[in-house]
Design a protein around this ligand. Structure first.
Ligand SMILES: *[C@@H]1O[C@H](CO)[C@@H](O)[C@H](O)[C@H]1NC(C)=O
Ligand SMILES: *[C@@H]1O[C@H](CO)[C@@H](O)[C@H](O)[C@H]1NC(C)=O
Ligand SMILES: *[C@@H]1O[C@H](CO)[C@@H](O)[C@H](O)[C@H]1NC(C)=O
Length: 327
């Protein structure tokens, strides 16, 4: 409702300038230094209404004033959203998020958005980029994400029946179609000792990592459109095993040998465009001290400044919302 009068105003100006050839031509797009909207996908066991998440959103706005923050949610109630972090078909969840973002009036008219993924939310946002990427992601930051999967299921706290039930199911039948279609962590389970079963049955990770024989070139093309991909690994992470998965490394859990991304076929044959990004200096391997998801405001603020600061983007008339301070 704001963009219409604004586009009309631009159009009028443009027509005027065309009628006065002696004057310097008016630019058809306006350059503005604005922060892009930020989308956040939270991790396992979390929900969109949690105070911690709201604090992160406030911090993002504080560091880069005017940032419009969208916290992704998969249900309308906090408990439903939390449940969706354990239960569901990730392919359907990503599709739901694609729809959610593409139908948001602000996000869908922005020239681009930035994206922040916590833990599993990180690999899910990457899947969003690979599969949909509308609105397109400019900078993607993931914290302790399991880009190369987990080879060990996290133990649940005693009181959490949902998590305990899920864990029992996970352990009993990771590769069954039922578990692959319903249990979220199973869909990014990847044990290098059982790669054949993984390649055959993994309903999510093997696909978005383009590990199967037939590659999806769209995944690569879309990921290569990122301006920057910051992968943050927690130095003492014992929750997401192995922690090096945050950097797409493969770990032999028996010998402890870590094969870094740059030595893997995924990189060498560039199934995902990561090598291309790396060669352009757009792929960052970063560490954060401490255990899984122990983040301080100071550290987050620094990262928000670095990755989500205002950018000089060409704002087309339809993005005129940004000029009006809605962002
Ligand atoms: C590749 O991924 C895109 C985006 O999800 C999809 O539309 C397309 O059908 C996929 N192509 C193949 C060959 O699977
Ligand atoms: C997950 O959902 C997709 C899309 O509806 C479907 O094609 C796929 O078979 C489902 N996966 C499993 C393992 O049920
Ligand atoms: C992992 O290391 C063990 C011990 O060195 C070795 O026997 C095994 O084959 C390795 N696994 C893979 C998948 O390379």
């Amino acid at each position: 409702m704001f963009s219409l009068p604004c586009s009309l105003a631009l159009l009028t100006l443009f027509t005027l300038s065309a009628a006065l050839p002696s004057r310097p031509p008016l630019r058809t797009t306006e350059s503005e230094l604005t922060p892009l909207p930020l989308i956040i996908w939270h991790g396992l066991g979390d929900n969109y209404a949690r105070d911690g998440l709201k604090a992160v959103a406030s911090l993002a706005e504080e560091v880069n004033p005017g940032t419009y923050v969208h916290i992704i949610k998969l249900a309308d109630s906090p408990s439903g959203d939390q449940q969706a972090t354990f239960l569901g078909n990730v392919t359907e969840q990503v599709a739901q998020v694609c729809e959610q973002l593409a139908s948001d009036p602000i996000l869908s008219t922005a020239p681009a958005v930035n994206a922040l993924g916590f833990s599993q939310g990180g690999q899910f946002l990457r899947a969003y980029v690979e599969r949909c990427n509308f609105p397109p992601v400019r900078n993607l930051v993931t914290f302790g994400s399991q880009h190369n999967g987990i080879s060990h299921f996290q133990s649940c706290s005693f009181s959490d029946w949902l998590c305990r039930g899920a864990e029992a199911l996970l352990r009993s039948g990771t590769w069954t179609e039922f578990v692959q279609g319903h249990m979220v962590p199973a869909q990014y389970f990847r044990d290098p000792e059982e790669l054949d079963a993984y390649l055959e049955h993994s309903s999510f990770l093997a696909d978005i990592n383009n590990e199967r024989e037939v590659k999806n070139s769209t995944y690569r093309e879309n990921l290569m459109k990122l301006n920057r991909f910051g992968m943050f690994m927690f130095e003492d992470d014992i929750t997401a095993v192995p922690k090096e998965s945050a950097w797409f490394a493969e770990v032999n859990m028996t010998s402890g040998k870590v094969t870094p991304l740059r030595e893997r076929q995924l990189y060498k044959d560039d199934w995902l465009g990561l090598k291309a990004l790396d060669e352009q200096g757009k792929l960052d391997f970063e560490t954060v001290p401490g255990e899984h998801m122990r983040l301080t405001d100071t550290l987050l603020a620094k990262i928000f400044q670095e990755y989500f600061g205002p950018v000089d983007v060409d704002v087309p008339p339809s993005g005129a919302l940004m000029k009006q301070g809605v962002f």
